[in-house]
Design a protein around this ligand. Structure first.
Ligand code: HEM
Length: 439
């Protein structure tokens, strides 16, 4: 689709506006832009597609085609260096020292490496998330999710206000990933705090005091993981932690202790924060777009439609807003010459909103021809390894919600919904709802 044709279509869409945005005076670090970023994304795509955000000190990659170019070329756009430069930004040395002193060590994220080191651990994780294995998990996950929906309905009885994020989406996804990992005795509140502490390291919004607090939480998480690993070293069980502790890589070797800690930590965090955000967004959309809720209520048994809905939900409200990469050489991107070591923030969320790729991008359109070409899970060698599990979890949540619940309504005006302060995700902080059981 050509640019001018797409722009004509975009202006015909109800939700699209002209680009009256002061890009030079704006930054993704501003809370109001983080909360409602689409006009900012649109202005970048139209006026300055690879835009330098002075306050963030990063180049924002906003157009769909440039995002795909970056993600398909991991040697020019390094995940490892982009992530390292973003991690605990501004406080890295002190952060690392706290982890070494109190958290069993500093364990770099091995999955956030570049090839060939990345390929070695990636293959191992892929085995844990094959489509076949994920399909076999669906009945058990359905039982867990149905239980959470019923509990939410009980809590909401008599018109009481419930929190769709903190009472439902977060504890639900924590239960699912803990079940996978084999963590039967876990505290959902602790895991929620640990997740927030880890994701804050790429959010670019923490001050020193928060960094110290977050580092202590991560120490606790690592000590917990190390204890779990020790138990399985002594006596293997049928769970993912045992698989990782005893796994053999393709080269016949084993994961080192540090690699295993970092992978288990990555699965606990990546497996719950993003999916919880998606399930919070699911409830938000059902509460604010009655036509979508109606279409789904008539189709709870239609797996194909539910799958299309999940893709469109992830496109229109992608949980991961942007992740970092770094150029390893001088390169031209989107008409802009970038030097070696340019620090980029790849805005998956803006790619999904790009009117040159998706017609009327702000609309939820279950009949969209190219709906699965969204980039909510990334593209290329670092594409989300847990995508099939996440998709299934969101689909089951959608199905159980529309099967068991009737009307879902926001309990506050939409303007009062707050988002977490971070450039990495776009997550609703708390979602006050009223809801009833389906009659
Ligand atoms: C809706 C939920 C989810 C979303 C939107 C999401 C999104 C993403 C994105 C955008 C990336 C990075 C791609 C890149 O670097 O360009 C990623 C990577 C990753 N995700 Fe997810 N994710 C989700 C759920 C999960 C789950 C459930 C797990 C595991 C249980 C998981 C594990 C991972 C891991 C380990 C990586 C690193 C892969 C690599 O670098 O090779 N994610 N995810």
């Amino acid at each position: 689709m050509g640019q001018s044709n797409a722009e004509t279509q975009a202006t015909a869409c109800p939700a699209s506006g002209g680009s009256l945005f002061d890009l030079a005076g704006s930054s993704l670090t501003q809370p109001e832009i983080q909360a409602h970023p689409n006009a900012f994304y649109q202005a970048m795509r139209r006026e300055d597609p690879v835009h330098y955000d002075e306050k963030l000190g990063m180049w924002l990659v906003s157009r769909y085609e440039d995002i795909v170019t970056v993600l398909r070329d991991p040697l020019t756009y390094s995940d490892k260096h982009g992530y390292a430069a973003q991690y605990a930004s501004g406080f890295f040395a002190e952060f690392k020292e706290i982890l070494e002193r109190e958290g069993g060590g500093f364990f770099p994220d091995v999955i956030k490496d570049d090839p060939p080191a990345h390929t070695r651990v990636r293959r191992l994780l892929e085995k844990a998330f094959t489509a076949h294995r994920v399909a076999s998990l669906e009945p058990g996950i359905t039982t867990i999710i149905a239980g959470f929906v019923e509990k939410l309905a009980d809590q909401a009885a008599g018109g009481r206000v419930v929190d769709g994020v903190n009472d439902f989406a977060i504890p639900l996804t924590i239960s699912v990933i803990c079940e996978q990992l084999g963590l039967s005795h876990f505290s959902a509140d602790k895991i929620k705090g640990w997740s927030a502490a880890v994701t804050a390291q790429i959010g670019r919004m923490q001050n020193r005091e928060q960094m110290i607090d977050n580092a202590r939480q991560i120490c606790e998480l690592q000590n917990f993981i190390i204890e779990q690993m020790k138990q399985r070293e002594a006596a293997p069980r049928e769970d993912m932690i045992s698989d990782l502790v005893h796994a053999h890589t393709d080269d016949g070797g084993k994961l080192s202790f540090a690699e295993a800690v970092s992978l288990i930590r990555a699965l606990i965090i990546a497996g719950n924060d993003t999916t919880a955000t998606a399930i919070g967004n699911l409830l938000f959309i059902l509460a604010t777009r009655p036509e979508v809720a109606k279409a789904l209520q008539g189709s709870a048994a239609d797996d194909r439609l539910l799958n299309r809905f999940v893709e469109e939900l992830l496109r229109v409200a992608p949980p991961v807003r942007g992740l970092a990469k770094m150029t390893t050489r001088e390169v031209e991107l989107g008409g802009r010459k970038l030097p070696e070591h340019a620090h980029l923030l790849v805005l998956y969320a803006s790619g999904n909103d790009d009117e040159t790729h998706f017609t009327c991008p702000r609309e939820v359109d279950l009949n969209r021809g190219n709906l699965s070409s969204h980039v909510a899970f990334g593209v290329g060698i670092h594409r989300c390894v847990g995508a099939s599990l996440a998709r299934m979890e969101i689909k089951v949540a959608a199905r159980e919600i529309v099967k068991r619940l009737g009307q879902i309504r926001l309990a506050v005006p939409v303007e009062q919904i707050r988002y977490l302060p971070t450039v990495a995700t776009h997550s609703i902080q708390s979602l006050p709802l009223t809801l009833s059981r389906r009659q």
